[in-house]
Design a protein around this ligand. Structure first.
Ligand code: SAM
Length: 299
């Protein structure tokens, strides 16, 4: 029998969870949207609550989870969280990569399937200006992730005019050496931190990629376009003013203090599931569907 599904009144069925497990971070990226969390309670969910949320969503056929933050690897018990999960099709995380050189192997051994790594620039000075960190540590982390089999590794490059937008060809050359195990994901900047002056004309980026691509695919998730260029893959994520982005959104977010968050861009429709059992969480997930609507609507 097919599992019951979580579907909102716009016909969008939840296929994945995006769980923020902390809002602590060791970097200071000037663009960071912090997964839309605006209040800081420092009341991080327990390993048990996180596992219960994933178990509850699995009843509705949700088989994919992505961990985020803050920096998810700031939690020393991240490996315990992974080991507490039920069996799923896809378990991933998005990280700044600074702890991966030490932990990639353990993460893979604890059940993590693949990883996204934020990398706004390969240039040490630019990287430091954007994030406050040391890019050399991240580069070691990328190698460790590939060696540990956390593939495909996706490098998330949020594009900022005048800061890193001329670095796209360099990034494309950089991933060549990984023989398809590393994918470049170019992300349109969302203006959460007074960064409007860095907004890139994403149509220009699209044209540049179209010219060089030998093949272009479109994913149903957010209608993301994937470009095949000289043996590498480049994805373009365009979240802004994109009604397709919202119409195809099939993820349910969870804040680090245990609230279901139906939309990245809203905080007036959160549903508290912290410290609850799977049965109750499943009920609250159905309730959250009533509050879920596209931020950018068609037309
Ligand atoms: N610290 C982790 C990291 O660096 O991946 C997880 C948190 S970060 C909020 C998760 C992802 O959100 C990053 O990879 C980045 O690509 C994306 N992101 C953050 N701020 C963004 C913004 N203003 N616009 C678009 N994407 C953003």
């Amino acid at each position: 029998m097919a599992a019951m599904q979580l579907t909102d009144s716009y016909g969008r069925t939840i296929k994945s969870l995006r769980i923020s497990i902390t809002n602590r971070c060791n970097l200071k990226c000037i663009y960071c949207h912090r997964e839309g969390e605006t209040r800081y309670t420092n009341n991080e969910m327990s390993v048990e609550t996180i596992a219960n949320i994933v178990k509850a969503s699995k009843r509705f056929g949700v088989n994919k989870v992505k961990f985020s933050g803050g920096e998810p690897l700031m939690r020393n018990d991240f490996e315990n969280i992974l080991r507490a999960l039920p069996e799923l099709k896809d378990i991933s995380a998005t990280t700044n990569g600074t702890f991966l050189a030490q932990r990639a192997n353990d993460l893979a051994g604890s059940g993590l399937n693949r990883i996204n790594i934020s990398l706004p620039s390969l240039q040490a000075e630019k990287y430091r200006k954007i994030t406050g960190g040391d890019v050399r540590i991240v580069l070691k982390g990328i190698d460790a992730a590939v060696d540990s089999g956390l593939v495909p590794v996706k490098l998330n490059m949020v594009l900022m005019k005048g800061l890193n937008d001329t670095g796209i060809p360099e990034m494309m050359d950089f991933i060549q050496k990984y023989d398809g195990k590393v994918i470049l994901q170019l992300i349109e900047l969302m203006n959460f931190q007074k960064t409007a002056q860095y907004q890139v004309n994403i149509n220009e980026v699209e044209k540049f990629l179209e010219k060089r691509a030998t093949d272009i695919e479109e994913r149903s998730m957010h209608r993301r376009r994937k470009y095949h260029i000289d043996g590498i893959e480049v994805e373009l994520v365009r979240p802004i003013d994109n009604s397709h982005f919202c119409a195809n959104c099939n993820r349910l977010r969870v804040t680090s203090d245990g609230k279901l968050k139906p939309c990245l861009l809203r905080n007036d429709n959160l549903v508290d599931v912290n410290n609850k059992e799977p049965e109750k969480i499943a009920e609250l997930m159905e309730f959250a569907m009533e509050k879920r609507e596209p931020f950018y609507k068609e037309g």
